[in-house]
Design a protein around this ligand. Structure first.
Ligand code: SAT
Ligand code: MN
Length: 580
């Protein structure tokens, strides 16, 4: 292997600090993966699942204190606090490093330090970027091999000495008191210590592909977004590409690979990505998206052959399961996988399950290669990416927000994104089910001042002009007075995609309301759908009195940004109030 001087120096620096017994450079081969797995089987970090029904699949239990992202311990460490902004935790780079250095010091004694060169994005895409993660967790190496393109191909892609994002990770003693996820965007550097879980530890994912990448994207005029990318095949034989931003654990994976209820009518969904989109303006002036990842790190609970058959097919082999339950046949299990809870069963802590609490952790995950998805798009690794026609924003809201609406124009769409709200989920530690502002589903993932981020969105719209994608908002989670979902969701969401597609082509009916264009009840294709007329009306309803109650929270949120809030957002808020 060939290494640049910067890379060699940095690895040496990390080794001097963490003092591992040995340093191992990962090449990404199957042999290497098998070797790591057999080591983890030996030391009990991994369990082998049923080789007949789940070939080459493994189960890992994380430390019970370490099962989700930790937003309160996640920092954006810019020289100037105002560059990190009011929605991020901030410490100066010096102070943060002074706190973390003693934790890293000697943390890898008795362990191996793995060096993982990896690419985010298709190897031959000009939009892709290289990262290097250093970790003492073989579990992280195994997951990174599924989630990224790793090994020699990444070293080959490092064009110049400085062309990679560096990430140092150690599980250390996995102590929540000594756990920090720190980003130094000015140095293209990530430090993560004290957690071995998902977004805290797989540094290519949220740390690089969203937090550092959003910073780079602002500097360089592109976009790094918390969005799935799907292709909607339509009866005319064309494919329309759509991205959608939804907070963690709100159904991005399900939407990205849904089995359309309208397949007989010729509407079919293919998957480009299920979590992150990197978007740039192409030579023709349109917005193009690539999926920087190579795998899915999906929420397990609720996934079953009905809700998401394509996810089930994706995870049947070569996959890693984290914090799910295990059956007597050594198969993974989670709440919602089957109607009956199997017995006997071992819970996500490895204990016999006695029916109390959840057998699988609510944020338990599967890591599966994207290439195994039966509906993976033929374009998913296209170097150029796919041209985006529509952007959907969405959240989990029991009230107020209708099933779908279209913004009046790009700038209004940016306001819709900036005022997004959603009920919190188990993907992060903290209370679940609390409504909070989560603009663009990026609240935990924006690597700089979100006021500047809103401004960047406004600017991108100006550059795109009339080639800009149309912006919509979706909400599958509206309920009736008794708390029952009004909309069936899952494959029936294709009915909403059809409306979006028809709006793009000027065909579908809509009412102009204070929030935007909302479908008329007969504009949603309900053929074959058993939904009461009043439920459909209710799920599409715009109640101005309810919306007026949103205004104070929107204002309060905007006020945090002071003069960093673009004037366009203040203008939009005023117009919105006026329309209400
Ligand atoms: O843990 S991850 O950040 O990778 C998943 C998520 O919360 O979206
Ligand atoms: Mn996510």
């Amino acid at each position: 292997m060939q290494f640049s001087k910067k890379l060699k120096d940095w690895v040496q620096e990390c080794a001097d600090l963490c003092k591992p017994d040995k340093v191992y450079w990962c090449n990404g081969s199957q042999q290497e993966y098998d070797m790591l797995m057999s080591e983890m089987l030996n030391d009990g970090t991994m369990m082998k699942l049923n080789e007949k029904t789940y070939p080459n699949c493994y189960l890992h239990y994380s430390n019970p204190n370490d099962v989700a992202r930790v937003e309160h311990l996640t920092f954006i460490c810019t020289k100037d606090a105002s560059d990190s902004g009011p929605t991020n935790n901030w410490k100066s780079p010096e102070e943060m490093k002074d706190i973390m250095k003693p934790i890293f010091d000697g943390a890898m004694k008795g362990r191996t330090m793995y060096v993982i060169p990896y690419i985010m994005g298709p190897a031959d895409s000009p939009a892709s970027k290289v990262g290097v993660e250093i970790t003492d967790s073989p579990y992280v190496v195994a997951n990174m091999r599924i989630m990224t393109r790793m090994g020699q191909q990444a070293l080959d892609k490092m064009k110049s000495e400085y062309d990679f994002v560096a990430g140092l990770h150690s599980v250390a003693d996995c102590n929540p008191e000594r756990r920090y996820i720190a980003h130094f965007p000015e140095e293209y550097l990530i430090w993560s210590v004290g957690s071995g879980y998902g977004g805290n530890a797989l540094l290519g994912k949220k740390c690089f592909a969203l937090r550092i990448a959003s910073w780079l994207a602002k500097e360089q005029g592109w976009m790094a977004e918390h969005m799935l990318i799907l292709g909607l095949e339509t009866p005319d034989g064309e494919t329309t590409y759509i991205t959608a931003a939804l907070p963690s654990a709100c159904g991005k994976t399900n939407l990205a690979m849904m089995v359309s209820a309208l397949e007989n009518e010729g509407y079919k969904v293919t998957t480009v990505g299920d979590d992150i989109a990197w978007m740039y303006i192409g030579e023709d002036g349109r917005l193009y998206a690539i999926n920087p990842e190579a795998g899915f790190f999906g929420v397990a609970p609720g996934t079953n052959p009905k809700t998401n058959p394509n996810a089930i097919a994706s995870l049947k082999e070569n996959s890693i399961f984290t914090n799910v339950a295990r059956t007597a046949d050594n198969e993974p299990w989670w709440e919602g996988m089957t109607k009956e809870t199997p017995s006997p069963l071992w819970d996500w802590k490895g204990q016999p399950y006695n029916g109390e609490g959840k057998a699988a952790h609510p944020n338990s995950r599967f890591t599966a290669p994207a290439s195994q998805c039966p509906v993976i798009s033929p374009q998913w690794q296209a170097p150029k990416g796919v041209p985006i026609s529509a952007i959907l924003f969405g959240g989990r809201r029991a009230n107020t927000i209708p099933l779908v609406y279209e913004s009046f124009n790009w700038q209004h769409g940016v306001f819709v994104g900036a005022t997004m709200s959603s009920e919190t989920t188990a993907a992060a530690t903290g209370a679940v089910g609390v409504v909070r502002r989560d603009p663009f589903a990026m609240l935990p993932f924006c690597g700089y001042n979100m006021g500047d981020y809103f401004g960047h969105w406004v600017d991108m719209g100006k550059k795109l002009g009339d080639k800009a994608p149309k912006i919509f908002h979706i909400n599958w989670f509206r309920t009736d007075d008794k708390g029952k979902f009004l909309w069936p969701g899952f494959g029936d969401n294709a009915r909403v995609l059809k409306w979006v597609y028809e709006r793009l082509n000027g065909k579908a009916g809509a009412n102009e309301t204070a929030i935007g264009y909302v479908p008329t009840a007969d504009a949603i294709d309900t053929k074959g759908l058993d939904i009461k007329k009043e439920d459909l009306e209710k799920v599409l309803e715009v109640n101005n009195e309810e919306w007026k109650k949103e205004i104070p929270a929107q204002k309060e949120f905007f006020d945090k940004f002071g003069d960093k809030l673009p004037k366009e957002m203040t203008d939009e808020l005023k117009s919105f109030e006026g329309r209400l």
